[in-house]
Design a protein around this ligand. Structure first.
Ligand code: AMP
Length: 115
């Protein structure tokens, strides 16, 4: 069964796509946590960060470069932002297709609530 993000990549589920190239798609998160909340998603099916292969090194680097450029385009680079990859249940992952969250546009507070 294709994941939700595979369906978005294929255009079978609508999303507000703001960037696309041969390796990644970036679209707005449907439930934004901040004024800017973009998901950068590889076209290659990689379920979790734990499934990243050594050969994916340049793809993962490309995702970060795309996030950097989108942050500049969105005007949040100077004030700052957060890049997040959630992995598996303890990481809070909901969609099992690798994605990089770009979140900003307001102060984001501590990275993780301290127990
Ligand atoms: P994660 O918890 O890291 O797996 O993040 C999954 C993200 O996907 C969440 O921030 C959701 O709000 C977002 N999301 C779920 N469904 C959609 C959708 N149809 N379009 C855009 N973002 C979505």
């Amino acid at each position: 069964m294709p994941t939700l993000f595979e369906k978005i990549i294929a255009g079978d589920v609508p999303a507000t796509v703001i960037f696309r190239d041969s390796r990644v798609v970036a679209f707005l998160d449907i439930r934004p946590a901040a004024p800017v909340h973009i998901l950068i998603v590889p076209n290659k099916v990689i379920p979790t960060a734990d499934d990243i292969a050594d050969e994916d090194e340049s793809l993962i680097g490309h995702m970060v470069i795309v996030a950097r450029d989108l942050a500049r385009q969105q005007g949040i680079a100077k004030n700052g932002y957060r890049l997040i990859i959630n992995c598996n249940p303890h990481g809070g992952q909901e969609v099992y297709h690798l994605h990089l969250h770009l979140i900003g546009g307001r102060p984001l507070g501590p990275m993780v609530a301290r127990a």
